[in-house]
Design a protein around this ligand. Structure first.
Ligand code: NIG
Ligand code: FE
Length: 415
């Protein structure tokens, strides 16, 4: 099956030489081809270039993209898409003055979602998560990471990971799984936190490794959640079982979690709304990619990750949605890109790099996703007719996507 896209106003994120991520000043460079063609063969990118150099080719399908922009699909490296129901009552509590942390202390927050999830069947949870996956695909996401962490028992954590695996089998986008048993302390362990760390290290992690249900391990390292010492124990046990660390860190406080993430070679360090100079220095000496979650800052009215500070220090940055019921009930990466430009002083070039190639890096997917490169997955967004790519973040809230193609197949065409 060959699909030829012609007359593309501008083809974005064209990388002839495969790259893994972009950092610092490079983030402001977005290579493009104007008046371009793109050829997709089966599920891969086959060829691209200027229209003047269009080769003679027999295509099964031709799409005219006059006045439209084509770019790789979004790579959303941080979500919690498998959850039961919603938490809109906590949303109203926050409007009425309670903070996210106060709600959590009252047994709301993550524990509220855990109770709901434990009492919901695997089938029902799968159905709820499917709708969210279908929505994010229609919004241009072509690869996504999903975490467990609303189970908080061996059984319920494994249930979540089985659902993530099934989603990956049934949907065409790439789905990566992360074990996040260390998301919150269950009420039963409130007085004996070490026992929960034992449960994670001695039972949950071996069960996850044995069933091969996750590639990554994550910990919510934060005051009132998991301390730096507890985080270290968990990452150590994860590493022993070949789980690659990722970490929720510095959302509300800088407590030394960034250093621990770096020490254990975390692939990504996520949130970073609160950053100090030691955190920046630690990140400079690592391969870990910082991941900012602007929808979470927007929804909780907390500070935005200081993107300029990170990028101006030569660091890379990825953007992700954090889609979850408590701090970001939205998986819309178009909104994420807009908000990064509007609130985090990122340029459109930086934001698009952060949501494509750098998002792919944060999921270990740079070899197959995140750029227009021959041989990579044929995952592209075709926009509606728009004046330039700057219009994507500028016209926030408008759906500017015309067509999403995943593995060479048109998924949604909303005209
Ligand atoms: O990434 N911060 C920890 N975990 C999620 C929120 C989870 C929840 O509130 O349900 C986050 O923001
Ligand atoms: Fe999260």
């Amino acid at each position: 099956m060959i699909t030829l896209i012609t007359n593309i106003k501008e083809l974005l994120q064209v990388r002839n030489l495969p790259i893994r991520k972009v950092s610092g000043k490079e983030m402001n460079i977005l290579p493009t081809i104007k008046n371009a063609f793109l050829i997709l063969k089966d599920d891969k990118i086959y060829d691209f270039g200027e229209m003047d150099n269009l080769p003679k080719i027999k295509a099964d399908k031709i799409i005219d993209a006059s006045n439209k922009i084509v770019l790789p699909t979004w790579c959303d490296s941080h979500t919690h898409i498998v959850y039961a129901g919603n938490r809109e009552s906590e949303f109203v509590d926050r409007i009425n003055g309670l903070s996210y942390e106060e709600i959590a202390k009252k047994g709301g927050g993550i524990l509220n979602s855990a109770k709901k999830l434990q009492n919901t069947s695997e089938d029902e949870l799968y159905q709820q998560a499917s709708k969210r996956i279908e929505e994010i695909i229609s919004l241009g996401t072509g690869a996504v990471e999903i975490k467990s962490g609303y189970g908080l028992t061996v059984e319920a954590e494994i249930k979540m990971l089985r659902i993530i695996k099934k989603l990956g089998q049934n949907y065409p986008i790439k789905i990566k799984a992360t074990f996040l048993g260390a998301h919150a302390f269950p009420t039963a362990f409130k007085e004996n936190k070490d026992a929960y760390i034992d449960l994670i290290c001695n039972e949950m992690i071996p069960a996850v490794a044995e069933t091969n249900l996750a590639e990554f391990i994550d910990v919510f390292c934060e005051t009132g959640y998991f301390s730096v010492e507890q985080t270290e124990r968990i990452l150590k046990a994860g590493k022993k079982n070949n789980l690659i660390p990722k970490i929720h860190v510095n959302q509300f406080n800088s407590i030394g979690g960034v250093e621990i993430g770096v020490k254990y070679n975390a692939l990504s360090v996520d949130h970073l709304e609160v950053l100090n100079i030691n955190d920046i220095e630690a990140l400079k000496n690592s391969q870990a990619i910082p991941v900012a979650l602007p929808s979470c800052s927007y929804f909780l009215s907390i500070p935005y990750t200081p993107a300029r500070n990170l990028i101006d220090n030569g660091l890379p940055l990825a953007l992700a949605s954090d889609f979850n019921p408590g701090s970001s009930p939205s998986g819309n990466m178009n909104f994420v890109v807009s908000t990064a430009c509007i609130k985090m002083e990122m340029t459109p070039e930086e934001a698009i790099n952060a949501a494509t190639i750098n998002g792919a890096y944060a999921m270990n997917l740079s070899d197959s996703h995140g750029s227009i490169t021959k041989g990579k997955k044929a995952n592209v967004i075709i926009t509606k007719k728009i004046p330039s790519y700057n219009y994507l973040p500028y016209a926030f809230g408008s759906n500017l996507i015309d067509t999403v193609i995943i593995n060479g197949e048109i998924i949604s065409n909303k005209n």
